[in-house]
Design a protein around this ligand. Sequence first.
Ligand code: UDP
Length: 247
Amino acid sequence: MNSPTHTTNAIEKGAMLYEGKGKKLFATNKENQLIAEFKDDLTAFNALKKSQESGKGALNCAISSAIFDLLQKAGIKTHFIKQLDSTHILCKKVKIIPIEVVVRNVATGSLSKRLGIKDGLILPFTLVEFYYKNDDLGDPIINDEHCQILGIIDDIKELDILRQEAKRINEILREFFDKKGLKLIDFKLEFGKDEHGNIILADEISPDSCRFWDKQTNEKLDKDRFRQDLGDIKEAYQEVLKRIENR
Ligand code: UDP
């Protein structure tokens, strides 16, 4: 998949359109389809902390593909079409809504820091928060009115769709990971609009964007190992994939 002319099932990888922190996006020979390449780069704290972990891209590609496959089978509309090889997926082109939708089952990270809620406290209900996807501003938390004022949604009702979808996805994933011996602590979702204007799930779902704690030991099996210098990052991601694949 390295050369622009390489083909996979008649899909051609064209010009790079965008490079993000965790992925590169490429045009294809199909108008409404893109190829996403998962990178080995690791970033945290709005990219103030950076590193590389060889093989991380392939692990996230496999994990995210398996999760999107699971969600699609459960009736969630997503951008995911298929995994092409170890680090590439084919997906529908969408216009990303610049809102990071964070879903929380257990308090930790920025929620604990911001509101002084005890780390590890099980929340009385699933909390959904919106953050403005804007690196220059450090992704600030926003409410419905902020979204309207910023003009980042076309209709206020779209925020209810995001909340509803986020909660449905949480129910599916929480149950799935519980069976794998993992607690789904929190995660971040991104949505986009397809060519018909439908809101569908986009981006990735991986240990870069979720927090997973082992059910028995509370061991962290996600990007917090990088954020908090806990070591064994790749081993943790490998463990998540192993549990997902262990049917
Ligand atoms: N998250 C993410 N990208 C971001 C911010 C957060 O994927 O830019 C994920 C993060 O991995 C965690 C959840 O969203 O699973 C909640 O993160 P939090 O707000 O606690 O932020 P952090 O502590 O990572 O700064």
